[in-house]
Write a protein that binds this ligand. Structure first.
Ligand code: PSU
Ligand code: MN
Length: 318
């Protein structure tokens, strides 16, 4: 058995995902940390279902990824989404956590890094999330840099996001991606998005509004054998967007609380998201839901365009 075959023994595709793959229909992967740790119940499960329905309505199959019962699950049922969103028991699974949670048969919600690994194993090229992890503010001292960035450097999956959250140091996050050779594309505007706010104040590498152009760019990278991810940033829809000044002020407050309480490691991101939600009276949650839905549309269009462009020589193989 090759290493590739061995990895496949840990994967289970849901019947709709298996059928879509057999028929060579486009598929979009979705993460589950956002469900288990990024939003409160029941909004988390409601959003996950709405996003799946939206993607399906565009002729693309959604594949939400998680670790359940000692298997990497590609595509979840409504009951499984409910389990992840409600139990509060799911481990946050990034690259380093995957073996432990799989081997231990625990419930695991995959982060951007974790989901990229599993999507690549399953032969899925497009993945939709809310915001990628990045270089945290103060990383000069804490060394807190999300494993998402390393994953983007090596795993060939296109990641659609609303940029990176304002809890991060966006300038340093973009520097890190540049060093690692990860292209940052933007659609609908020139600048990289800032999650709750539309504009981070920093330019993306290239603005490509047309999904066919995005697909051509991504195919070209992979055809050249330049392994690794591509970030495609899409701004939160205007109606739900927050002002950068407001979200910055609230973020500073949440960061100070995290420091006072000694929150560290993988607990940092969920803690900050929860505090920001309370401090904005729930408006940040509304923005979060709106941007994930919008990203799903952008991701589904990209998956359709990639399918139309055909699978190149260097693309992730199924
Ligand atoms: N974006 C969200 N909600 C989230 C996250 C991102 O809107 O919950 C999660 C993602 O799963 C991302 C993770 O991969 O936070 C980053 O965590 P860390 O900084 O610990 O790597
Ligand atoms: Mn971290």
């Amino acid at each position: 058995m090759t290493a590739e075959d061995l990895a496949q023994t840990w994967l289970v595709r849901s019947p709709p995902v298996a059928a879509a793959q057999a028929a060579r229909r486009p598929i979009v992967a979705l993460e589950s940390t956002l469900i288990a740790h990024g939003m409160p119940y029941p909004e988390n499960v409601g959003t996950a279902r709405a996003v799946q329905a939206l993607i399906r309505s565009m002729g693309v199959e959604p594949a939400t990824i998680a670790v359940i019962g000692g298997r990497i699950r590609i595509g979840l049922s409504d009951d499984e989404l409910e389990l992840l969103g409600r139990s509060g028991q799911a481990q946050k699974v990034s690259r380093r956590d995957l073996p432990a949670v799989l081997a231990g048969g625990e419930l695991g919600a995959t982060t951007v890094a974790g989901t990229m690994i599993c999507a690549a194993l399953a032969g899925i090229e497009v993945f939709v999330t809310g915001g990628i992890g990045g270089v945290h503010r103060g990383a000069q001292e804490t060394f807190d840099i999300s494993a998402d960035l390393q994953e983007l450097a090596k795993t060939s999956v296109a990641v659609v996001c609303a940029g990176a959250k304002s809890i991060l140091d966006i300038a340093l996050t973009l520097e890190y991606l540049e060093t690692q050779g990860v292209p940052v594309l933007s659609c609908e505007q020139d600048n990289f998005a800032a999650f709750y706010a539309r504009d981070s104040g920093f330019r993306a590498d290239h603005r490509l509004d047309d999904p066919a152009q995005q697909a051509r760019f991504i195919r070209t990278k992979w055809d050249l054998g330049l392994a690794g991810g591509v970030v495609l940033s899409a701004p939160v829809p205007q109606a739900a967007a927050m002002a950068r000044e407001e979200i910055d002020a609230v973020t500073l407050q949440a960061l100070a609380e995290a420091r006072r309480k000694g929150v560290t490691g993988k607990a940092v991101t969920p803690f900050l998201l929860d505090r920001i939600k309370l401090l904005t009276g729930g408006r940040s949650l509304a923005a979060n839901v709106a941007l994930v839905k919008h990203n799903a549309e952008v991701g589904a269009r990209l998956a359709l365009a990639l399918a139309q462009a055909g699978r190149g020589a260097g693309a992730a193989s199924p």
